[in-house]
Each structure stands twice: as structure tokens, then as C-alpha cells.
Design a protein around this ligand. Structure first.
Ligand code: NDP
Length: 478
């Protein structure tokens, strides 16, 4: 059986403790590889390697750093088919999705930040013609990057690339549930001669590896994407150590459909925003609000379309939903569907395990109606192929629903009235608002949430600034 290894100081290493964890294929429900059950001593070795590599990596010219990263980007593209296959097997997502979105984006992340640093600039403040203040943006040291399982290589590289491009060295931990493409990335680094110790990847459990990274005094900056509860744990450890923190956390995103929208477009995109990647994208719209005048029509057509979505073998081209990521997650999603029924919801379609010829963890895309705003189903993140649908009358009313959770990651508005779109967008308490579209992700734009969806922003200059420390230098002109 294939054994994944840690990547420390440019070498592939078994964990110091010698233990391995089982890694499951969610579509078959069986173990297909093993990953290191690393501990604090492996993290220590990775941090030492990253510290040792920092002076030379941060001293490279921008062009040299950029070129190293472009080599990785190119090799990801060359190994696209293999990486997509691995991502689909490891995560359960449709192969076509991994091939079209996840892996190309991983390559783009490296390319984007490798080239962004070539066009960087900083500030200068002239103090009344007597002094010049200029801002130096310097790398910080060893950055800790911790990522989740839903978009494994996509999100892993989204953190690693800006950290490296800004001149930091990195210790990174992918989700223990989906480690395979991070392992393949370490092979790629090795193949292209990426400098040793600059990127170190330690596999294992969050409570051991992630916690050791967060607690380590020589990791002064942590970029984390994952659940809100884990984010709180990390913040509790990092705050008294005064670490720089970026937290991209959970969401319960509203999808607001006004009666003056292009209904066909709203239907088509809502299908995607509800169920893409089995609903396991932090940006999925899990609460659909439809203005009363078109509620019945939207609901009927939406449910018809949902029933047509094929669930099954992720390797088949016509499959829309693959498997959910793990047995634990499968049980969690089904338990939320039961909860929704207890809370008075009516299941309009789906609501149970999907009938497939596979032995893994598949759930039918599910639409639930008739739930109050304050119930747990409408307040808590399910992170699966489950949406609720509900009518509204006025803008004021729907804004109170949309803003009425502890989360504030993303929202979507459907309307043909531009004035209304601007007005509503400005009042939504989310870090991202899509109008008449969804998941358009320009890498230059600020990405992140408000309230319990996170702290800080990723993307473009925001990421490069996060991974550097600004220093003001003041010089008299005479
Ligand atoms: P988790 O919070 O469970 O895990 C995320 C990562 O943190 C994993 O690598 C995990 O390791 C690790 N981890 C767990 N415990 C600790 C700890 N004590 N200290 C340090 N690291 C730890 O999230 P999931 O992997 O379940 O991902 C799903 C969540 O991610 C959802 O809530 C989703 O909304 C959110 N998410 C947010 C995004 C955003 O941009 N805002 C984007 C994508 C997802 P292990 O694998 O062992 O658990």
C-alpha cells in the first residue's frame, strides 16, 4: 500500500514516532494509502529546516524566487492528469472538477504570486519636505500554513505561494483526511530542484501537528483555513504569543433571489452554488431566499433540476456529485437532515444516502423548506449537499435573515436592478458579495470573512502584505 512521507529539508522522511494513519478513498470507503502520524518532534525538524533555509531564500532576488516558483507551477500543469486523479480519489470529488478547477488553480496560485512580486511596490511619505519615510516590507521568517480537506491542493497552495513569494520559508500541514496531492507537491518540489528546507510538509493530525506548529515559538505567523472551532483553538494559542494570524473559517452563506432577476441564470447558478463539490465549499450558498412573487416557480424548477443531478462514481464524466469526504462527515450531514425534520422542515428532494453502485459515502442533493430562521439547521454550517429554501417579501426582511447568523463569509444577490444590487450588497455583513454570479474568484481580490467567518484577508496584495512586516524608515532630507 502506498505510504506518504513527510517532506523536510528536501528529504522524504517517515515520522519520528514510526506510526502511520489510514487514508480512505471516500468513494469506496476503503483504505488505500497511509500517512505519517507525525508529532511535535517532526514539526521541530521542519521548523529547524525552515529556519536554516530562511536567510538564503529571503536573500534571493525577486526574479530568482519567482523562477523557482514558476518551475513548480509548470510542473503542476504537466502532471495535471495525475494530480486530478489523485485529488478525486483522495477527496471523493468529481474527477472533471479536480481537472478543470482544483489543479489548474493550484498551478495558478504559484504563478500568480511568483509574478505578483515582480510588480510589487511600497509607500513613501514625504514629511513637509524635511523628512522622507519609506516603508520596507520584509519577510517574517517561518510561516505556518494549515489547510482543510475540501479543496486540498487549491487551498494548500493558496497559502504557501504568497508566503514563499514574499520571502518566508514554510512549514505546512494539509488536512489529514486529504494528504495525497500535498505529498505529490513535495515530489514536484524535489523534481524541479526547489531549494531544500524552503517548503516543508508535515502530515498528521491537527491536534498533534497543527497544534505543535501553532505553539512553536519560532513560527511567528500562521495562516489557517478550516472550521470556526479550530480557528478559536488556534487563536487561543497564538494570541498570547503575539503571532500574526490569518483565519479563514466557516460560512452559512445566503443566496438572495429577487423577483426581478434572470430566473434561468439564477436557477442554473444556484444549482452550482448549492451543490458544487458536494456542497463542501466554504462559499456555497446554503440558505436560499426567494422573493414571494417567484417563490413557487423557482422552487418547482429548482427541485426538478436537483433531482436530475447524478450522484455516484467521481471518475465518471456525467456525475455531478461525488462522495462526501469521510464517514464522519457523511454521518454529520445525515444527522443535520434528521435535525431539520425534527425542527419542522419538509424535505423537498434528497434527504438520504444516495443509491449508487459504489460502497463509499454518497448523499443525495437535498432541499429543505419550511424552517424558521433561528433553528439550528439555518444557523449552523452543515458543509454538505443540503440547502434550505424560504420565501421573503421585502429587502429589509431578507437582509435581517441574511445577516442573522454568526457567520459572514459570502453572499449572492440575484436582481436586474443595479441600484438595488448596490444597496443590498452594501448592507450585507459578509466579506464577499456576488451579484448575478457565483464563485468568480479573481486572485487579485481580497478574500475572507467577517464575524465568525474569520479574521484578515487573503488574495493579491492582501496576502503579500500579511506575509511581510512593514517597517517605516525615516531619513532627514538635509
Ligand atoms: P478543520 O478545522 O477540522 O481542519 C482544518 C485543518 O486544521 C486541518 O488540517 C486540521 O487537521 C487542522 N487542525 C485541526 N485541529 C487543529 C488544532 N488544534 N491546531 C491546529 N490545526 C488543527 O476543518 P476541516 O478540515 O473540517 O474543513 C472544513 C471547514 O473549513 C469548514 O468549516 C469550512 O467552512 C472551512 N473552510 C473555510 C474556508 C474559507 O476560506 N473561509 C475555505 C474552505 C473551508 P486534521 O485534518 O487532522 O483535522
Amino acid at each position: 500500500m502506498q505510504q506518504i512521507l513527510n517532506y523536510i529539508n528536501g528529504e522524504f522522511r517517515a515520522p519520528n514516532g514510526g506510526g502511520f494513519l489510514d487514508n480512505y478513498n471516500p468513494a469506496t470507503g476503503s483504505v488505500y494509502s497511509q500517512i505519517p502520524d507525525s508529532d511535535a518532534s517532526d514539526v521541530e525538524a521542519a521548523v529547524e529546516a525552515a529556519k536554516a533555509a530562511f536567510p538564503s531564500w529571503s536573500a534571493l532576488t525577486r526574479e530568482e524566487r519567482s523562477q523557482h516558483m514558476l518551475n513548480v507551477s509548470k510542473r503542476i500543469t504537466e502532471r495535471l492528469d495525475e494530480l486530478a486523479e489523485a485529488e478525486s480519489t483522495d477527496n471523493g470529488k468529481p474527477l472533471w472538477l479536480a481537472k478543470r478547477v482544483d489543479i489548474p488553480r493550484a498551478s495558478d496560485n504559484f504563478k500568480f504570486f511568483a509574478t505578483a512580486i515582480l510588480h510589487d511596490s511600497s509607500e513613501l511619505h514625504d514629511t513637509d519636505g524635511k523628512y522622507l519615510n519609506y516603508t520596507l516590507r520584509q519577510p517574517i521568517g517561518v510561516a505556518g500554513c494549515i489547510s482543510p480537506w475540501n479543496l486540498p491542493l487549491y487551498l494548500f497552495t493558496w497559502k504557501i505561494a504568497p508566503a514563499l513569494a514574499s520571502g518566508n520559508t514554510v512549514v505546512a500541514k494539509p488536512s489529514e483526511v486529504t494528504p495525497m496531492t500535498a505529498f505529490l507537491l513535495s515530489q514536484i518540489c524535489n523534481e524541479v530542484g526547489f531549494p531544500k528546507g524552503v517548503l516543508n510538509i508535515v502530515h498528521g493530525l491537527g491536534g498533534k501537528v497543527g497544534a505543535a506548529m501553532t505553539e512553536h515559538p519560532d513560527v511567528p505567523i500562521i495562516s489557517f483555513t478550516g472550521g470556526t472551532e479550530t480557528g478559536k483553538t488556534i487563536a487561543r494559542t497564538a494570541a498570547p504569543m503575539f503571532k500574526k494570524l490569518s483565519l479563514e473559517l466557516g460560512g452559512k452563506n445566503p443566496n438572495i433571489i429577487f423577483d426581478d432577476c434572470d430566473l434561468d441564470e439564477a436557477l442554473k447558478t444556484s444549482l452550482n452554488s448549492s451543490f458544487a463539490n458536494q456542497g463542501q465549499i466554504c462559499l456555497c450558498g446554503s440558505r436560499i431566499y426567494v422573493q414571494r412573487g417567484i417563490y413557487a416557480e423557482f422552487k418547482t424548477k429548482f427541485v426538478e433540476l436537483v433531482k436530475e443531478m447524478k450522484v455516484g462514481n467521481p471518475k465518471l464524466a456525467d456525475v455531478k456529485l461525488g462522495a462526501v469526504v469521510s464517514k464522519a462527515h457523511f454521518d454529520k450531514i445525515l444527522s443535520y437532515i434528521e435535525l431539520a425534520k425534527e425542527e419542522g422542515g419538509t424535505v423537498l428532494c434528497g434527504g438520504k444516502e444516495a443509491d449508487t453502485d459504489m460502497s463509499g459515502w454518497f448523499i443525495e442533493p437535498t432541499v429543505i423548506e419550511g424552517l424558521p430562521e433561528t433553528c439550528r439547521t439555518n444557523q449552523e454550517e452543515i458543509f454538505g449537499p443540503v440547502v434550505t429554501i424560504q420565501p421573503f417579501d421585502t429587502e429589509e426582511e431578507v437582509l435581517s435573515y441574511a445577516n442573522g447568523t454568526k457567520y459572514g463569509l459570502a453572499s449572492t444577490i440575484w436582481t436586474s436592478n443595479l441600484t438595488k444590487a448596490h444597496r443590498v450588497a452594501a448592507q450585507l455583513h459578509t466579506g464577499i458579495v456576488w451579484v448575478n454570479c457565483w464563485l468568480v474568484r479573481d486572485l487579485r481580490t481580497p478574500f475572507g470573512g467577517v464575524k465568525q467567518s474569520g479574521v484578515g484577508r487573503e488574495g493579491g496584495w492582501e496576502a503579500l502584505r500579511f506575509f511581510t512586516e512593514p517597517k517605516n524608515i525615516c531619513i532627514p532630507l538635509s
